[in-house]
Design a protein. Structure first.
Length: 273
């Protein structure tokens, strides 16, 4: 059974001269325990698609289509109902962790805010669960981390904490929007391992959004390619790599292959760094 099913989603920007269509008849579905990768370059519409059905667009946009979550159409829900869903049943991990934490508050306070909003736990239970969360994300000295401010932690540590907060309420759908873009290559590898572990250990449905075919291929069971607001290709990694029909998809594959070819040449000493 599908956890989320999006059908013929269209998003238009309202203008005085008329509505401008941005997202054009996008359809996809994701089952429990499955990861769908949404691939596309900046401006392709991949993040806008997710913002549309999670209620993160303002009144300047008009939406049509359907986005069924447990049979309930998210496009017909009020903002407050969607906010409650986003906090508990639908969780999001965003691109730049440094901008997602308030620099004026300690990490412990910001984790506690999530627990306070969605549980009736007392302070002792919240602290216990906060430490457990950080331990699950393999962060050393979790009690010490709770006392730190965001600027005292690395981007990779903040990203791990954000993933931990997202998973704390055991969501049924996890949306990761460019979660590895703002971190270095080594940390990126570690974060991708975390997402693979989530997929292996839990029955969470996952949307993994990225411009990086390599990152998507590490996590996703199926890949949806978007360009200019439309779905231009869909299939597993092997299909995208070897049998894509769309010229834009083939261009993404060629760019990725060129980068990896140069990387292997450098390792063999054939190309100067």
């Amino acid at each position: 059974m599908n956890m989320i099913e999006v059908r013929d989603l269209c998003v238009s920007l309202k203008k005085k001269t008329g509505d401008h269509l941005i997202i054009k008849n996008v359809s996809f579905s994701v089952k429990a325990g499955e990861c769908l990768g949404i691939l596309g370059e900046s401006g392709s519409g991949k993040s806008m698609t997710v913002k549309a059905f999670t209620g993160l667009l303002d009144q300047n946009f008009a939406l049509t289509g359907r986005a069924l979550f447990h049979g309930q159409d998210l496009l017909q829900q009020r903002k407050e109902a969607l906010r409650r869903l986003r906090g508990r049943q639908i969780a999001m991990v965003l691109q730049n962790p440094m901008t997602c934490f308030d620099p004026l508050y300690r990490i412990g306070s910001q984790i506690a805010e999530t627990f306070t909003a969605h549980t009736d736990w007392d302070n002792a239970r919240i602290r216990e669960e906060s430490i457990r969360l950080l331990e699950q994300m393999q962060l050393r000295d979790p009690a010490e981390v709770l006392e730190k401010y965001p600027h005292q932690l690395s981007g990779g540590m903040l990203q791990r904490i954000m993933i931990g907060i997202a998973l704390a309420m055991q969501p049924e759908l996890l949306i990761a929007d460019e979660p590895t873009t703002a971190i270095d290559a080594i940390t990126q590898f570690e974060i991708l391992q975390e997402f693979r572990k989530i997929k292996a250990d839990q029955k969470t449905a996952m949307l993994f959004i990225s411009h990086d075919l390599g990152a998507v291929s590490q996590v996703a069971d199926r890949i949806l390619v978007m360009n200019n607001g439309s779905v231009v290709d869909e299939g597993d990694f092997s299909h995208i790599l070897h049998h894509a029909c769309d010229p834009y998809t083939r261009l993404l594959v060629e760019k990725r292959s060129a980068v990896m070819g140069r990387y292997r040449s450098i390792l063999r000493g054939e190309v100067a760094v």
